[in-house]
Ligand binder design. Sequence first.
Ligand code: FMN
Length: 169
Amino acid sequence: MNKEVDVYDYMNVIMKQLKKGVLITTKKDDELNTMTISWGKVGLEWNKLIFCSYIRPSRHTYEMLESGEFTINIPLEQSEDIKKIVAHCGSKSGRDTNKFEDLDLTLSEPMNIATPGIKQLPLTLECKVIYRQPQDKEAIFEDVKGGFYKNGNFHEMFYGEIVGAYIAE
Ligand SMILES: Cc1cc2nc3c(=O)[nH]c(=O)nc-3n(C[C@H](O)[C@H](O)[C@H](O)COP(=O)(O)O)c2cc1C
């Protein structure tokens, strides 16, 4: 069962958990993958409520995003299990392993898109990609660039219109 929620009621939770790591889940054809992110933001553009994520082209998730949609999976509390999930999904690639099987993750029933959420991180944002844009490397100030891009691999922004939000129970 999913309980629909208003994203505005969870802004604090989303931003606080993001810093610690949340999951972005993608489904392309029959394949499912998930990875940890801690860069992202919720905002308004074109009068749409958007979750923007920043994905490096080297990630398997980057290829999976050709599907045009993703879910953001956010824990409602921290625990050792959540830390383990975040660490595993942030260090292993879906090219090499099935992270759902590795961690016994349980899927929620999608509501408005084809991609499910993950019950262990129950606050789920369903997002449809409406805009994507590689970062302009010339426009990033040198002191901000720091050590982030020694080997290139500049993040690409994926703007997902939030078309559904629920807590998976
Ligand atoms: C805490 C944490 C936050 C991360 N945030 C991001 C991020 O915002 N963008 C990104 O491209 N990679 C990020 N990563 C790295 C990916 O999660 C990692 O490379 C992952 O193994 C890629 O999985 P995939 O190849 O299955 O897509 C983060 C890793 C950790 C541990």
